[in-house]
Ligand binder design. Structure first.
Ligand code: NDP
Length: 295
């Protein structure tokens, strides 16, 4: 009965990493520059540590130098700012990433504002988000997860122009920039959030659904218009006695049901996750090329 095409983020991400790797060799051979990414991790959240480890591994795999600073949970905001300022001034660093969420005693806004926009490879600086939201302006960087979603649509040949898109979730790091990007691609976009009435009715109008909520199996088959394309950003642990870790990861979308209605769906894991990291590498390469004026 399953009919939807499974969008293979893992293999597309691999393809993109190979492209990046080749570009990095070409740059190194021509001008002797190797891109560098600095990652700042504060505290001991397990999921954050895993993300940082995966990002470092990915850097190594394409030939990007990575520099990691790991600060204790009770560090001060000033300490974080001091490291950012050091990386802002360091010419071997082309990208700076502060792993979120930060401990609650820190002001996230101050910290994200302090990353110089030329090295803001996460695309979270308000100037970059502001430009993303404006017609005729170009951000220096676009946030990695939404950029990865759009890249999947492009590489699978999904038309966006003139289509109806629904983004579920409005966070600064995923939902909102995803909606802005779809709008820049000439989709007609609705944003569904926790106060939306009848979200299933709105979602069912969409040709393209991007879900970034953090609720396992919230989007049911009945929410999906037959033939729609579904990008599932959610990463949600659910109990699973059969798994060695005691849990497994699922998306926001009921995958089994979506497979029966949608024309294409991303899996979790193996969909958007690997694309996010590939886009981070891509942004870091773009930054190094721009700083050294390498075409
Ligand atoms: P946030 O918690 O910051 O935002 C969640 C959004 O979902 C909010 O806008 C919230 O609405 C909305 N929401 C919550 N409950 C409902 C509901 N019942 N109905 C409709 N909308 C709802 O999460 P993030 O954006 O940071 O992340 C979302 C998910 O994506 C998480 O599972 C996260 O793990 C995953 N993620 C995956 C990444 C990847 O690389 N694949 C990267 C980043 C995140 P409101 O604004 O009204 O509160």
């Amino acid at each position: 009965e399953t009919s939807a095409k499974i969008i293979d983020g893992k293999s597309i991400a691999k393809q993109i990493r190979d492209e990046i790797s080749a570009e990095i060799s070409r740059m190194k051979d021509n001008i002797g520059v190797v891109p560098g990414l600095a990652v700042i991790l504060v505290g001991d959240r397990k999921d954050s540590a895993t993300y940082v480890r995966n990002k470092k591994k990915a850097c190594e795999s394409v030939g990007i130098n990575s520099y990691e600073v790991h600060l204790p949970e009770d560090s001060t905001e000033q300490e974080v700012l001091k490291h950012i300022s050091g990386f802002n001034d360091d010419p071997s660093v082309h990208g700076i990433l502060v792993q979120l969420p930060l401990p609650s005693h820190m002001n996230e806004q101050n910290i994200l504002n302090s990353v110089c926009i030329e090295k803001d490879v996460d695309g979270f600086h308000p100037l970059n988000i502001g430009r993303l939201a404006m017609c005729g302006r170009e951000p220096l960087f676009v946030p990695c997860t939404p950029k990865g979603c759009i890249e999947l649509l492009h590489r699978y040949g999904v038309p966006i122009e003139g289509k109806r898109a629904v983004v579920i979730g409005r966070s600064n790091i995923v939902g909102t920039p995803a909606a802005l990007l779809l709008q820049r691609e000439d989709a007609t976009v609705s944003v569904v959030h926790s106060r939306t009435k009848n979200p299933e009715v709105i979602t069912r109008q969409a040709d393209i659904i991007i879900s970034a909520v953090g609720q396992p199996n919230m989007v049911r088959g009945s929410w999906i218009k037959p033939g729609a394309v579904v990008i599932d950003v959610g990463i949600n642990p659910v109990e699973d006695a059969k798994s060695a870790r005691g849990y497994r990861l699922v998306g926001d979308v009921c995958h089994e049901e979506a497979c029966k209605t949608a024309s294409a769906v991303t899996p979790v894991p193996g969909g958007v996750g690997p694309m996010t990291i590939a886009m981070l590498l891509s942004n870091t390469l773009t930054s190094a090329k721009r700083m050294h004026n390498f075409k």
